[in-house]
Design a protein around this ligand. Structure first.
Ligand SMILES: [Ca+2]
Ligand SMILES: [Ca+2]
Length: 70
């Protein structure tokens, strides 16, 4: 069981423009900041779609949280 407060902070950190959804571009930037420079935008899109439950190509907090609790 992940900690929801930690997850919220992590989500906010990745969601650079604060609109409540993580795009592939935001995800890629966040991974690059963590030192993972191999992630291209198309890789980020695949990572997003693996977690994207409603198919809108964006990661909501609910989807982010669901993934953490798998
Ligand atoms: Ca965003
Ligand atoms: Ca979604």
């Amino acid at each position: 069981m992940a900690d929801i407060e930690v997850a919220r902070k992590e989500f906010k950190r990745i969601d650079a423009d604060g609109d409540g959804f993580i795009t592939a571009a935001e995800f890629k930037t966040a991974l690059a900041q963590e030192g993972d420079w191999n992630v291209t935008e198309s890789v980020a899109e695949v990572l997003i779609s693996a977690r994207d439950l409603d198919g809108d190509k964006l990661l909501s907090f609910d989807e982010f949280w669901a993934h953490l609790n798998k």
